[in-house]
Structures are given as C-alpha cells and as structure tokens.
Ligand binder design. Structure first.
Ligand SMILES: Cc1cc2nc3c(=O)[nH]c(=O)nc-3n(C[C@H](O)[C@H](O)[C@H](O)COP(=O)(O)O)c2cc1C
Length: 413
C-alpha cells in the first residue's frame, strides 16, 4: 500500500462527460491505495452512471444534488465536504461545468463545495476537440487557471465522438500519479539529480549483443519519486522494457519534466554521465551496465561455425570513474547485487570503493521482479532492512533518506 495516500481525504467531483468511466477507475485505485475518497456527482453525470457505482468503489456515500439542502444536526453538506477535502479532483470536467465555475455559480452541490473550499482543486477537462478549442471555453479555462485552479490538459487522439484532436481524458493511472505527486513534500526543489537505469548492450556483431536481465524499473521509480519531490531529473536510460513516462506536472508547476537520455553501451552511458554529473547534487547508479564487451566487433552478421571463441574486455566503471571527480557536497547512491550469502560483504566493499553515501543491497532474484528484499546501508553506517518491498516503495524510502541528508547538510552550511 502506498504510504503517501493512506488516509488522505480526497474529494472527486464527477461531471456528465463521456470519459466518466475513467473516473470509476480513479476512485477505485485511490481507495485501494488507502485514501478516503468521497464522490460528488452532478445531475448530468447520473444520466451516464448511477451513484451506486461510486459508492461501491469508494466504500463511502456518494453525494448528489439531492443532498444539497439536507442539513442534519446543523451540518451543511457543501461546507462539510469542503472542509473534509485535502484535495479535490474534478473529472471529467465538462465545458459546461468549467463555464459555471468560472462565473462563480454555487447553485449545485459540487459548485458550492468548490467555492467553499480552501483545498487545491485539480480540473481534468475532457470533451470534443471543437468544444476544447472554443474561444469562450478557453477564456473560462484561462480565468480559472489565473485563479489558481490546477488544470491538467487533455490528450490529443481519437475521441469518443469519432473526431481526432485534443480532448481525451488521461488514463486513470496517470491521474492517480498526479495525486501521488501532489502529496509529496517538495523536499528536493532546486536539486539536480542524475539517475542511471536499465541494462546496457555490448554488440558482438550487427545483430547480436551481450546484455542482462535488468528491467530498468528501479530507475524509473527513482526518477518519478525525485520528480514528485520537485527535483530536476536526468535519467540516463538504456533498453528498458519499462516506459519512461511521467505525469505532466509542468501544466501547473515549475518542476521541470524529467529529461531522458537513451544510450546503448556502457561507454555511451559513461559519456553522458560525465557531462551531467559535475553539475548534479545527487547521483543514483541503478543501471546494470555490462561489465564486459566483446573485444572485437564484427561489422556484419557472424556466420554459423563449429566453434566460436569470443574474447571479452572489461568495460568502463561508471560509478568508480565519477567517484574520482565527486565533490564533497554531492550525494551518491549505489546498488549491489549478489547471492544473499555474499551480499552484505560485497555491498560494504562497493560502498567504500566507490565512495557512495548510501548503498542498496539486493539479491540476484531482484532482477526483473516487482517486489524484493532490500537493505540500505547509510552514511552513518546504519542498516535499514526493507522486506517484501515494491520497487516503487523502495524509491520512496531511498528519497526519504536522501531528503533527510540534504536537509542535514543544508543546516551544516
Ligand atoms: C453522450 C454525451 C456525451 C457528452 N460528453 C461530454 C464530454 O465529454 N465533455 C463535455 O464537456 N460535455 C459532454 N457532454 C455534454 C454534457 O453532458 C452537458 O453539457 C451537461 O450539461 C454537463 O453537465 P455537468 O457539467 O453539470 O455534468 C455530453 C453529452 C452527451 C449527451
């Protein structure tokens, strides 16, 4: 379970748009992550979906305009809902709803709640492309943006009405990521971070190469976590099955969208790191670079033979090379992978050899898996055991430690 969303109080306002089915998934995901989710539906939205669906998915009462004037024990529904909310999401936010909100109307439960709240409000508009481009609508949106509403723009693509253009509501998983990012403390604002990830590839001939089973997932979750904490992220990334996609927080914040550099060989990864590292405050080496490469590259396709002997040479050691130019204020984190019986000794040796501030030890079985056991050895020689942790959860803990270290060092200055 995501610690960050546990017991968070989230209000989801649902309007009458065709993308309403995605709101069901968002409510389901947020609830599964431990959040307390209340839903307020507009009248039109109930023509698409019954409130029963949201009540079942959230495990809470779903509010409609029928509740607007039901004042019980002096509790006024829109005021109670406004006070309950730590954050409010409106999805899909229809053109009509945005227009009413922009003119300050409060004659429906959802509108009155938005006017009565001090909580941040995220609007996820979704509609036909011509409605989206309509100048009256765009003027309303601009007005709301200027008033501090957080507007997450729709995607371009094929729309439910059959037309193609801007207007698609983002996928539910992406909306949930925006909420996760919302609740992260921006503890790394202004910090520049280098993260390496994925396996490198060392070519043997034009079609064959040496690589390993790394999925790149750890690096992806680390990059996401750093981004959500406000850092400027540089992800040096190679041949990963995981897609390096992130929610677009730059729609409403000045956090830069992560920069992804795609590389192939260990040497290419080192060259890019050498350019970025000197300006970085933090570097995390979570890639699985190939330690060997064929000494000779065959510039075609090797033909089948009875016997093939390949000579290998050692590749560049990225973390060790960068440790030689590491400045005292830079924080570096490494990873050690080995058999459980040799892991601690190897991790401590590698931490020393590469001058890491933290090292994460993980067993060989971690490769490609979503969940594993990890041990983090800290700069104060403490040992933090994380058993049965997802890589996303691991990333959260690594950045909790890094954030504390950054805070400690800034207080020493
Ligand atoms: C089938 C259908 C689909 C609709 N889809 C959308 C939509 O995706 N976005 C939108 O802004 N309006 C859409 N509308 C129009 C809204 O339902 C209409 O403007 C309604 O009054 C919105 O009310 P509400 O904002 O109070 O929920 C759709 C209408 C119909 C009949």
């Amino acid at each position: 379970m995501s610690e960050i969303l546990k017991d968070r109080k989230i209000l989801v306002g649902v309007c009458g748009g065709i993308a309403i089915y995605k709101a069901c998934e968002v409510v389901r995901f947020l609830t599964k992550l431990g959040a307390c989710v209340k839903v307020v539906m507009t009248n039109s939205s109930q023509k698409f979906i019954s409130p029963i669906v949201f009540s079942t998915l959230s495990g809470q009462k779903t509010y409609t305009d029928e509740d607007f004037f039901k004042v019980e024990n002096g509790k006024i529904p829109h005021i109670e809902l406004a006070r309950f909310s730590e954050v409010i999401l409106v999805l899909p936010a229809t053109a009509s709803f945005i227009s009413k909100l922009a003119s300050g109307q409060a004659n429906e439960l959802l509108l009155a709640t938005l006017l009565a709240t001090k909580a941040p409000v995220y609007l996820f508009p979704s509609m036909n492309v011509n409605m989206w481009e309509n100048l009256i609508f765009q003027e309303n949106l601009k007005k709301l943006r200027n008033f501090g509403y957080l507007i997450y723009e729709p995607f371009e693509g094929e729309l439910a009405c059959g037309e193609v253009g801007k207007g698609r509501l983002p996928e539910p998983s992406e909306i949930v990521e925006v909420v996760k990012a919302h609740f992260r403390e921006k503890s790394l604002k202004g910090k520049k971070i280098l993260i390496t990830g994925g396996p490198t590839r060392e070519p043997l001939d034009k079609v064959r190469f040496l690589t390993n089973a790394s999925s790149g997932k750890t690096a992806y979750f680390l990059a996401k976590e750093a981004y959500y904490r406000g850092a400027e992220v540089h992800l040096v990334w190679s041949f990963s099955k995981t897609l390096a996609e992130f929610p677009k927080l730059n729609y409403f914040s000045d956090i830069p969208y992560p920069k992804v550099y795609e590389v192939s060989t260990t040497k290419e990864m080192l060259d890019v790191c050498l350019e970025i590292f000197p300006e970085c405050d933090i570097a995390i080496f979570s890639a699985a670079p190939c330690d060997f490469r064929p000494k000779i590259f065959y510039p075609g396709k090797l033909k089948k033979t009875e016997k093939l002997i390949i000579e290998f040479e050692i590749t560049e050691d990225i973390a060790k090379t960068l440790s030689q130019i590491k400045k005292p204020y830079q924080i570096t984190v490494g990873f050690a992978l080995d058999e459980p019986s040799k892991l601690e000794e190897y991790a401590l040796f590698k931490k020393e050899e590469k001058n890491f501030d933290f090292i994460v030890a993980n067993p060989l079985s971690t490769m490609g898996k979503d969940v594993s056991d990890f041990t983090i050895y800290t700069s104060t020689k403490e040992k933090k055991k994380l058993t049965n942790f997802s890589k996303e959860h691991l990333a959260f803990h690594i950045f909790e430690l890094i954030s504390k270290e950054v805070f400690k060092r800034s207080n020493l200055c």
